[in-house]
Each structure stands twice: as C-alpha cells, then as structure tokens.
Design a protein. Structure first.
Length: 417
C-alpha cells in the first residue's frame, strides 16, 4: 500500500470475507511472551505495521522472534532479557509500553521511555505505574525514561482508578510472576484482555475472573512456552466490514466472529434499519435503503467501543435524521469530523458530543487520515461519495488493518492503491 488511495464511490458491496486476527490482542500477547521459557507459536497474525514494530521490540530485548508464512509468529525466549526498551520503538507505538510489566516481572528492573504513537488524547501511563507500585515496585523518571525496579513483586489488592485496558493488561502480566496472590479490581473487560488471560493460563498462570471487573492471579515461579496459540478475530475490523455493507446498501457476511464481542454494534445496525443475521461464527448485514439516525455513547466493554465510533459516524453522516454521539473514552477522538465535513457531512461538536445531521449524499474530496480508526471512517465515506475520493496518510491505516482495500475490492468496491 502506497501513501494514498483513490475510491470511486457508488458501488454496492456484496459477498463473504474473513476477519483477521485482532491487533489489540496480538500486541500484549507478544509482550507477554517475554516471560515465557522456551518456544511460543502464535497463529492468525496479520502482518500489520504495529506487529512489525513489536517484533523489532522483542528482538531488541533479546528474544528471537520472526514472522513466518502461514500467518504465524515464532518466538524463542533466550532467557537473557534486556531491561531497556529502545526509545525509537516505544515512542513510535504506544502498545510498546506493554513490555514494562513482563520485563519487570522477569528481571526486576525495567527502563522504558514514555510511549507515543497515537494522537487521540493524552492516555497517560500513570495507571500502569500506580499498579506496579502497589505490587512493590519503585518508580522514578530520568531523561524521559520511566525506571521501574523491584527485587520481587509481591501480590496485593489493587483497584484501578479507571478500567484502563492497557493498565489492566500490564498488571495482569506482571502479577503472573509476583509472589503470592494479586487481586485487580475495576479492571477493563474487553475481549482482548480475555485472550491475553487465556494465553497466560495456557502458559501456566493461575487466574480467575476473566471477563469480569475483578481478576485474581496466583503468582507462579515460571511460565512455559506455548506450541500453538490462535489469536481471536479482530472485532473492530469485522465491524468496519459490516458497516461497509450498511453504508453501501449492500449485503456482506463476515466470518471468524465471536458474536458476543460484536453485539453492541449489531444492535445499533439493527436500529439503523439494517437486516442483521447472526450465525455461530459469522454475521450477515444487509442494507435496506437509507439508514435511520441513532444515538450512542462510547463506553468500556461491554458498551459500544470507541474504536468503532468514527466508522459509525461515517454511516450516520448519510442517515435520515439527527444522531447524537457522546465520546466517553478519549478526549480527542473527533479529528475525523473535519475530514468528513470536507465530503459534505453535517456535523457539529461541543466538548465530547457530536451532533450528526444526515445528508442524502456525500461528495468526493481529498482527505487525510489522522489516526487509525479515522482512516477506516474516511474509506467508508468514500465508498458512497459521489465521484472519486483521494485518501492520504495511509501509514495510520496500515497500523491496524491488513489489506483492507483489497478486501473491499473483493466485495465490489473500486479502490486504486
């Protein structure tokens, strides 16, 4: 994929497509592999930019990790884990901070730069650090690096100030090698956290409460490598493809879906007037003319995910009526609004609320991707805009979507890369 693509709007999308492995599950699981002795093989891995960065991170920390044909990653732990995470990698991708917990638990000292790689809000790491301190670590700052040190992590009871996904995952990993029992309260409940927990359990961790707001972890002396672990499907990619059916008035079936994980989106799509059919591991969405307006609020799982807000806004931009969207997770996640308005969308913003008054048609324009999910929203808008839309800034899209233009073209879109 180059630096831009062109979308010819006006084509209905129809057919069947597979959802790839979940980026937001892959990255913490790759970080967790730092704690495992022996060889681990991860399956169902799309070759995304973020995955490539995490591979480089693991290799820089002393682990042999490589991507192989067949959508697999092979990781061999050499038992010589380095404690300093490279500045250029952590600052280019926020999820690189996930290595802090595993390094701390494994070697007792982690030196990690403050993270970067995302422009949708501050998203500070203080919730991670508070948790590490509760487990007995000492925290200090030096020249832009966070230094976390502890001879032995000690299990304790800790309540998160907010159910942060990243903090929940980092503390889960660290607690697996802590001495004694750790009880984490008010944790996030996202499906990707369950996948990380199941991965750790497969490696020998003792853990209860996955999918609830309280997780109890009994620390172990060691964790072992896993010969084969398949990553769950990406509910956000699946949702994006289903919205492509709704916005083009098409008919798309997405396979490799865990239904409960995507239910909040399916409920909204039904409210817009779409036909939604649920099967064991797949979902079919069929558009039924112009969608109807709906209101929604982004919330931690099991609420409507913030990672689907931009794509849903694209759909509501051409809906009949006025929709109200409240963003409760990130303070700066309406950057796609300006670009949608360049295509003729009628959207107003006040604080964390967007009012979307649907228009009959969007018009093609030159637009720029500002973050990963904004990129998906602009491509969805381009599918129904009159004329030829040019989308710039594809580096953001490649972070989390593998071959999205190709998948859409296979369904009947006209996208030139």
């Amino acid at each position: 994929m180059g630096q831009r693509l062109t979308i010819e709007g006006g084509f209905k999308l129809n057919g069947t497509v597979e959802a790839a492995g979940a980026k937001n599950a892959i990255l913490p699981i790759m970080a967790a592999s730092l704690m495992l002795d022996g060889t681990t093989v991860l399956k169902n891995i799309p070759y995304l930019n973020d995955v490539s960065i995490m591979l480089r991170m693991l290799n820089a920390l002393g682990v042999r990790a490589e991507y192989r044909i067949g959508d697999e990653i092979h990781i061999v732990n050499t038992k010589k884990i380095r404690h300093i995470a490279p500045y250029d990698l952590v600052t280019s991708m926020r999820a690189s901070f996930f290595v802090a917990g595993p390094i701390l638990a494994k070697v007792g000292f982690a030196k990690v730069p403050l993270p970067g790689g995302c422009s949708i809000g501050a998203r500070p790491v203080d919730l991670h650090l508070k948790g590490f301190e509760k487990l007995g670590a000492k925290i200090s700052m030096e020249h832009g690096f966070v230094q976390i040190e502890c001879k032995q992590l000690i299990g304790d009871r800790h309540r998160l100030d907010f159910p942060s996904v990243g903090a929940t995952e980092n503390l889960m990993m660290a607690a697996c090698l802590a001495k004694g029992t750790t009880v984490l309260e008010n944790v996030a409940r996202e499906p990707e956290i369950e996948d990380l927990g199941n991965f750790l359990i497969a490696a020998g961790a003792k853990m209860e409460g996955l999918g609830t707001s309280t997780i109890t972890i009994e620390g172990q002396d060691t964790l072992k490598g896993i010969p084969s672990y398949p990553i769950i499907a990406d509910r956000i990619e699946a949702g994006t493809l289903l919205i492509a059916a709704a916005i083009t008035n098409g008919d798309i079936t997405v396979n490799n879906i865990v239904l409960p994980y995507i239910e909040p989106l399916l409920v909204l799509l039904e409210k817009t007037g779409c036909t939604v059919e649920r099967f064991e591991n797949s979902v079919r969405v069929k558009g039924n003319g112009r969608p109807k307006a709906v209101d929604f609020t982004t919330e931690p799982h099991p609420g409507f995910p913030t990672d689907m807000q931009a794509q849903m806004m694209a759909l509501l931009s051409v809906a009949e009526g006025k929709s109200i969207i409240k963003e409760n997770i990130f303070e700066n996640r309406f950057m796609h609004v300006r670009e949608l308005m360049r295509m003729g969308a009628n959207i107003s913003i006040e604080d964390q609320i967007a009012v979307v008054t649907g228009v009959e048609k969007l018009s093609a324009a030159e637009v720029k991707i500002t973050d990963l999910r904004a990129g998906a929203a602009l491509i969805l808008a381009g599918l129904v805009a009159e004329g030829s839309t040019t989308v710039y800034g594809l580096k953001h899209l490649k972070r989390g979507y593998y071959n999205l233009p190709k998948k859409l073209n296979n369904l009947g879109a006209k996208i030139i890369e």
